[in-house]
Design a protein around this ligand. Structure first.
Ligand code: ADP
Ligand code: ADP
Length: 223
């Protein structure tokens, strides 16, 4: 399994942010993680990416336990956080060089990889601009470029299209489709159309619980 979540819970004080959730993603699946604000999507993703400790339960990515094998688990993941803390004063290319070094890529490999993601994300012109000068849509492209810079097996994308205009949404969707074609992708959204446009399976989460996990066809038939 590319992602395995087993009986995972996170409790903040009296608040059960996620409550005993379980699901698996097979290699190559693109799965929507659908739920309203506050459902527990970001919390689940932050546990998978090692930014939060669960209260109980287990999670693994590419076979690496996120608690006991955090480094290889992280290396297997490209993560786009919901509120992406991009460095606004950095030039796009400089930011990608910096990010690559954090992933342990350098030299000719990094140079090649940066050219690839710049071309894949349509950042040829923007690479020479500061991130702070870019539109929200382009900043999101930079975030995506960063997330797949180290060619991870798994992409975890937290609300990648929220706050974008319709045209930007179409562009980012297309990018996720292209970049995710040989990867396992878990992306969160509160909009059903996003799921319909990108994937064939949806996990619905509400108030910290998985309330449905099925193919889109099954979901449509059940109305
Ligand atoms: P979503 O990503 O689906 O919007 P979150 O995972 O961000 O949901 O939040 C799930 C629940 O946990 C919400 O009720 C939220 O207010 C709560 N929560 C998230 N982070 C914290 C925190 N650091 N402290 C207390 N409650 C939190
Ligand atoms: P995200 O959805 O990425 O968690 P938010 O804007 O919801 O971002 O939250 C920003 C920060 O506040 C995060 O660190 C989150 O964990 C924390 N947070 C969210 N909800 C609550 C809450 N109800 N009480 C305390 N902290 C919270």
């Amino acid at each position: 399994m590319s992602i395995q979540v087993t009986n995972l819970s996170k409790i903040y004080g009296a608040q059960r942010a996620i409550d005993n959730i379980s699901f698996d993603l097979k290699p190559g699946e693109i799965v929507g993680f659908l739920g309203p604000n506050g459902a527990g999507k970001s919390t689940t993703m932050k546990i998978l990416t090692g930014y939060l400790q669960p209260t109980s339960g287990n999670a693994s990515v590419s076979g690496f336990d996120v608690l006991t094998q955090p480094m290889p688990a992280r290396r297997a993941i490209g993560y786009l956080p919901e509120h992406n803390p991009l460095y606004l004063d950095m030039y796009v290319k400089e930011f990608l060089q910096f990010s690559g070094k954090l992933y342990g890529i350098s030299g000719a490999t990094l140079k090649t990889r940066i050219s690839e993601v710049i071309s894949m994300c349509g950042l040829e012109v923007e690479q020479h601009k500061k991130i702070g000068q870019l539109s929200k849509g382009y900043r999101q492209r930079v975030g995506l470029a960063q997330s797949f810079l180290h060619d991870p097996e798994v992409l975890i994308l937290d609300e990648p299209t929220t706050g974008l205009d319709p045209n930007q949404i179409l562009e980012i969707r297309e990018l996720i489709r292209t970049a995710g074609s040989n990867k396992t992708v878990l992306f969160s959204t509160h909009i059903m159309q996003e799921v319909e446009a990108l994937c064939d399976r949806v996990i619905i989460i509400n108030k910290g619980k998985v309330v449905s996990d099925s193919s889109l066809d099954t979901l449509r038939q059940s109305g």
